[in-house]
Design a protein around this ligand. Structure first.
Ligand SMILES: *[C@@H]1O[C@H](CO)[C@@H](O)[C@H](O)[C@H]1NC(C)=O
Ligand SMILES: *[C@@H]1O[C@H](CO)[C@@H](O)[C@H](O)[C@H]1NC(C)=O
Ligand SMILES: *[C@@H]1O[C@H](CO)[C@@H](O)[C@H](O)[C@H]1NC(C)=O
Ligand SMILES: *[C@@H]1O[C@H](CO)[C@@H](O)[C@H](O)[C@H]1NC(C)=O
Ligand SMILES: *[C@@H]1O[C@H](CO)[C@@H](O)[C@H](O)[C@H]1NC(C)=O
Length: 825
């Protein structure tokens, strides 16, 4: 048997690797990036703030913490305000008993694990209470605990590290948890039932649950059913020891148990396997989290989708996770189908077709005959599995996701898009839009630094806010920051359904702020040329050739060098999905002379042949923009050199490959980004180093660069001079460049002089970045904000900042003007 499994596994393995498409977040915001502010709530005496409950209007966030329940006022966009802290600690006697039982003191506190609205005035809360769970009622207005308290057995785990789930429907509490001290009596049960309704639980003689880990539960009003999601040992797979399967199970809220058979037990319990598996691959069999996406307006409840994160039990897939979605209609049809039969003697399951005495999982069986109830009691495992929508994976990631929430967003084009927020174990929140062409990770934002044993994620759709609760505190972050994208191109390339380009205010704005119909956006294709067309037209009139503002002229940067000096030119990445490439007007970049570094920069030794112009281009999704232009020339005389040029590190020993890795993140290898195929006229491929793509961090690179190249300056100037685009536009061709390079030099000189003249007075306060880290070897100038940001980044995320930032500046000459003026050109 074992060898059979082995060969099966090996066979499956072969299929695995090629099927894994790696997804790279387009933009990355390390902790503290100004482009993605986190609002934090921390307090030195409040810990383990991991159970979150949002009020319906999104103004209040109730937090179950260690020995406390908090009421946080989150109605203000940029603040979290602690309104009330309700202490709820075990007594010294409880603590003594807990430690006498051999438990660690640190686990003997009261960790709040259930926090649910009971009715309009009260919250029901349960905590582990020093391994002796207790529940209580809390007035949601005053946050005062009532004197009434319940025993928490079956409602809350004993062990704070054990997962559980709870939901309140019509003032009754439905829970999935372990109901004993050792943690081996799992139960799905109902509590707080009154009148002719009785509390119910699973019939435990049968092993209806096999060592489960409870994940989530959800009430679907149209079905009058509660669905529980969990993983457990799949005893129907007798060929593998401890094969974990993910399950959905259901119970009816109308259930009141049987009259003789199944008294005070569920008569409506049924379970089925959830399959998150692509063809020919090992399944992602262990569910980690699941969230519900209600049907679109007007669609039937059957279209409700459940999005879940699944990981794999096998080490070949360890660290990876997959997202799958399941339709309610599919779940229902599996539950209304056939059920497996358990042979009592051999404990083997079979799919023997039998006469149906009753329909397991059907609501309203309480008056049914004993015979019928005995049948449902024994037939609870559906024969079919619930397959994910399309029998495929929504996405697979090399990141290990732990939590998700999902939202449907109506974008500027009036179409609806599904957006997932996925939390990684390493503390990044990924925002993913699901497109026809697959998943696209719009951004990642770091929300905590230390791995967290227990954490939670909540989305407030009315407020457009995400909350993350960890042991250290609560953070909130808006679902989008559209103003981070400064140009139409960036706004469109982001493909963020929350954002659109407003051509009137010329800014990227949130769809909720402006009538979405007025915004330009192209989520599906991210086609800049089309979506931003109107914009460039208006720009052209705005910055007509004669009104060309000198400040936005991309005259490029002059780099004065001595012969035989090693020169390094920076090329900032527009995003982590962009590909950077270098071009020279009159010669090719042979790999003998040029070293393409992994951060996109170019390094070479200054010789007569390597003097001249260099263009750094960034291509993303078919859209090309110029990121930097350099003119490398020989120093003419010592006088030409100003003191700052030495501080401006254009020379380096030839750098060895930098290994830039971000801690805790395994995914972000932008495979095949750059420079797989740098254009080279002899059909030679250039890369001399094996290169990882640029580690792009969010520093708003192309801000005004795009506007330069796309919208103003050069382009117009060139036309004005009667020259075709020269080397400035990305789609220009090298041949033309060769012919026109001389003109380019002349033009450049003119523009530089002009630029300096205009800008110089404004630039004195700007500092040239220090030469201490290569990360800040910035060849293009920096405005104060970006510089600060950059300092921050290098402080907080040293490894990750290996590129960047310089590019983002209106004033293309500023940072470098210090060594320009005296240089005769
Ligand atoms: C959004 O991005 C802009 C530009 O980087 C920044 O100034 C602003 O503070 C950000 N806002 C938030 C809420 O993160
Ligand atoms: C909510 O439940 C609590 C506890 O059972 C009870 O005291 C309170 O009166 C209820 N409130 C309403 C509005 O029913
Ligand atoms: C079930 O039987 C009880 C009496 O035994 C009766 O009152 C009730 O209406 C019946 N319910 C249904 C759904 O038939
Ligand atoms: C509580 O928080 C501490 C860190 O402050 C962490 O080490 C511990 O694991 C947390 N315990 C639980 C049950 O979340
Ligand atoms: C970029 O250009 C826009 C308008 O073109 C301007 O409003 C903005 O201040 C500029 N950004 C920087 C960083 O100078």
């Amino acid at each position: 048997m074992e060898s059979h499994i082995l060969s099966l596994t090996v066979a499956l393995l072969g299929f695995l690797s090629p099927c894994l498409t790696r997804l790279t977040p387009r933009v990355s915001f390390p902790m503290g990036s100004p482009g993605r502010h986190l609002t934090c709530f921390h307090s030195h005496n409040i810990r383990n703030t991991t159970t979150l409950l949002l009020s319906e209007d999104g103004d209040w966030l109730y937090v179950g913490a260690r020995d406390a329940v908090l009421a946080l006022d989150v109605s203000n966009k940029d603040q979290i305000h602690l309104r009330t802290k309700l202490d709820w600690s075990p007594s010294d006697k409880d603590l003594d008993q807990c430690s006498m039982k051999g438990k660690k003191m640190a686990d003997c506190n009261n960790f709040i694990r259930v926090l649910q609205f009971l009715n309009t005035t009260h919250i029901y809360a349960c905590g582990t209470f020093a391994f002796s769970p207790r529940c209580t009622y809390i007035n949601s207005e005053t946050v005062v605990m009532s004197f009434q308290s319940d025993e928490g057995r079956g409602r809350c785990p004993y062990d704070p590290y054990q997962r559980n789930t709870a939901v309140i429907v019509d003032e009754e509490l439905y829970t999935g948890t372990v109901a004993d001290y050792r943690g081996n009596r799992p139960v799905i049960s109902r509590h707080l039932s009154e009148g002719n309704r009785v509390d119910l639980k699973l019939d435990d003689t049968l092993g209806w649950l096999e060592d489960p880990t409870f994940i989530s539960s959800r009430f679907i009003p149209e079905e009058e059913k509660i669905y529980f999601f969990f993983s457990e040992v799949g005893t129907e797979y007798d060929f593998i020891d401890k094969f974990i399967v993910s399950r959905v199970s259901q119970i009816c809220t109308s259930d009141v148990g049987g009259q003789r058979t199944l008294q005070r037990r569920w008569t409506t319990f049924a379970k089925a396997q959830l399959l998150c598996q692509a063809d020919n691959e090992l399944p992602y069999n262990v569910i980690q989290d699941i969230d519900t996406l209600p049907p679109a307006d007007g669609a039937p409840a059957d279209d409700t989708l459940f999005y879940g994160i699944f990981t794999s039990q096998w080490s070949v897939n360890s660290g990876r996770s997959a997202v799958c979605s399941f339709r309610l209609a599919d779940i229902k049809s599996v539950f209304s189908g056939n059920y497996k039969v358990l042979n009592r003697d051999t404990l083997q399951w079979s799919a023997r077709v039998q006469e149906k005495v009753a329909n397991p999982g059907e609501c309203g069986l309480h008056n049914a005959s004993d015979n019928a109830l005995r049948f449902v009691k024994e037939n609870f495992l559906a024969d079919d599995s619930v397959h994910s929508v399309g029998r495929s994976l929504t996405l697979v990631s090399a990141d290990s996701y732990s939590h998700l929430t999902v939202q449907r967003v109506r974008a500027a084009n009036s179409r609806h898009y599904i957006v997932l927020f996925l939390l990684t174990e390493s503390g990044y929140l990924h925002k993913v839009v699901l497109l026809q062409s697959g998943a696209h990770i719009i951004e990642e934002v770091q929300v905590f630094e230390q791995p967290q044993p227990i954490k939670s994620l909540k989305l407030s759709i009315p407020k457009g806010m995400i909350y993350i609760g960890t042991s250290e505190g609560v953070v909130k972050i808006p679902t989008a920051n559209c103003s981070f994208y400064w140009t139409c191109a960036q706004c469109v390339l982001s493909r963020d359904p929350f954002c659109g380009w407003d051509s009137v205010s010329r800014s990227c704005v949130g769809i909720s702020d402006t009538p979405a119909t007025l915004l330009d956006q192209d989520i599906d294709r991210g086609n800049v040329e089309e979506a931003c067309n109107s914009v460039s037209l208006t720009d052209r009139t705005k910055f007509g050739p004669n009104k060309l503002p000198g400040a936005s002229c991309p005259a490029g940067e002059l780099v004065s060098v001595s012969l035989n000096e090693v020169v390094r030119l920076q090329c900032p990445a527009a995003s982590r999905l962009s590909r950077q490439l270098w071009e020279r007007p009159n010669s090719r970049l042979s790999s003998d002379l040029y070293l393409h570094l992994e951060d996109g920069s170019l390094s070479f030794v200054a010789t007569p042949t390597t003097l001249g112009h260099y263009l750094c281009l960034s291509t993303e999704n078919g859209y090309q923009q110029t990121m930097a232009i350099y003119h490398v020339k020989q120093k003419s005389s010592p006088i030409a050199q100003t003191p700052t040029s030495s501080a401006h590190p254009q020379t380096h020993p030839i750098p060895t490959t930098q290994t830039v890795t971000r801690p805790g993140s395994r995914l972000h290898t932008p495979v095949g980004t750059w420079p797989k195929k740098t254009k080279s006229r002899q059909g030679q491929t250039n890369p001399t180093l094996s290169v990882r793509g640029p580690q792009f961090s969010a520093t708003q690179p192309s801000r005004n660069l795009t506007s330069w190249t796309k919208e103003s300056g050069w382009r117009e100037t060139e036309f004005q001079d009667g020259e075709p685009l020269l080397a400035v536009r990305g789609h220009c061709h090298l041949k033309e460049i060769v012919v026109l390079s001389v003109l380019l030099v002349l033009c450049l000189s003119l523009l530089i002089t002009m630029g300096i003249y205009v800008i110089r007075p404004q630039c004195h306060s700007r500092t040239t970045p220090q030469a201490d880290t290569p990360a800040r070897d910035i060849r293009t100038p920096v405005d104060q904000g970006v510089l600060r940001e950059n300092e921050f980044l290098s402080k907080c995320n040293r490894q990750a900042s290996g590129h960047v930032s310089g590019l983002a500046c209106n004033r293309t000459l500023t940072g470098s003007n210090s060594h320009l003026p005296n240089t005769p050109i």
